[in-house]
Design a protein around this ligand. Structure first.
Ligand SMILES: Nc1ncnc2c1ncn2[C@@H]1O[C@H](COP(=O)(O)OP(=O)(O)O)[C@@H](O)[C@H]1O
Ligand SMILES: CC(=O)N[C@@H](CCC(=O)OP(=O)(O)O)C(=O)O
Length: 299
């Protein structure tokens, strides 16, 4: 198991109070396709999730897999295009999306967590009607917007000592449709319905950057809104930060956008004083030396 980061007494002594504070906390982790990397990176992610579980956190993994969907669509000669960060999804596309997300990607993560000593169970938004969707926008085809969440299945799994790993594929309200849901959207809806203590959005940048390219370690939702409006937040960061704002409105305590390719990213965020990436929450940021973030008393 990869515990290099707590190999020094100093880091362990820093980590322990945070581990105790987070015991019993629900932490939803969105693992994006771009953050997944090779088998070694996958194994490192998995052992971080297992460590969280061992210290009493309830980790809930929601994954993406956009690049893996692209690969199979390419092989099959099915074209895909994105509108405002979401894949235009035809009937043929949604079949590939479900095969790749619920099959290949979901089971790869489940296997990695089990290999790391955890007990992972892979499901999708279809299982126990976890996430029921409506069409998001007629232009996007079978892209779903979650309208009804039934998260008891997740609580049942984590209370039984299991780690839920969730593919963002969902059922429609009628006609047995299958919907493709953006991974960030699904993670936000799940975190919101669980009123999670943290939603960690793992991506391929170190956080939300200001106009000078500096990562902002703490942000208020108002600041995020202003940065979307003035164009500082652009591209794929728009749906990500919008997901964060919605999740906070729904009762998630804080959302963190961080680089999933960095070793032990999730542990650094949860168990060190300075954290990792950009933390978005309503509570006013307290003044700290540049680059440091105040530990959150009582989360
Ligand atoms: N202000 C910003 N701060 C950080 N990244 C930004 C910002 N504005 C736009 N981006 C872009 O958003 C991207 C992250 O979104 P995306 O590629 O969709 O992530 P993922 O595939 O992990 O879901 C970054 O790689 C970066 O190019
Ligand atoms: C509607 C929509 O765009 N769905 C995404 C689902 C996967 C995803 O979100 O993957 P990443 O997190 O790796 O980007 C897609 O089809 O690519």
């Amino acid at each position: 198991m990869n515990r290099d980061w707590i190999a020094t007494a100093r880091t362990l002594s820093e980590a322990l109070p945070y581990m105790q504070r987070y015991s019993g906390a629900v932490v939803v982790v969105k693992f994006g396709g771009n953050a997944m990397g090779d088998d070694e990176a996958m194994a490192a992610f998995a052992s971080d999730i297992v460590l969280m579980k061992q210290v009493g956190i309830h980790p809930v993994v929601v994954h993406g897999g956009g690049p893996m969907i692209n690969q199979l669509l390419d092989k099959l000669g099915i074209e895909s295009r994105f509108v405002r960060g979401k894949r235009v999804t035809t009937k043929a596309t949604v079949e590939v999306v479900e095969m790749v997300l619920s099959g290949l990607v979901n089971k790869r993560i489940v296997q990695a967590i089990n290999d790391a000593g955890g007990r992972a169970v892979g499901i999708s938004g279809k299982d126990d009607d976890l996430m029921v969707c409506e069409a998001d926008d007629p232009e996007l085809g079978f892209v779903g917007r979650p309208v009804e969440m039934n998260v008891q299945i997740i609580r049942d799994l984590y209370n039984a000592g299991l780690i839920p790993v969730i593919a963002p594929v969902a059922t429609g309200m009628e006609d047995n449709e299958t919907f493709n849901v953006n991974g960030d959207t699904a993670a936000g809806a799940i975190a919101g319905a669980l009123k999670a203590d943290r939603l960690l959005l793992l991506t391929d940048v170190s956080g939300v950057k200001d106009a000078n390219g500096e990562v902002l370690t703490q942000m208020h939702p108002e600041q995020v809104r202003a940065m979307i409006a003035d164009g500082t937040i652009a591209g794929g960061m728009i749906p990500k930060t919008e997901t964060a704002l919605k999740a906070i409105d729904e009762g998630v305590r804080a959302v963190v956008i961080l680089d999933g390719r960095v070793a032990n990213a999730t542990l650094l965020e949860l168990f060190t004083e300075h954290g990792a990436g950009s933390l978005i929450r309503t509570t006013e940021p307290r003044v700290k030396p540049r680059g440091l973030r105040q530990g959150d008393a009582g989360l």
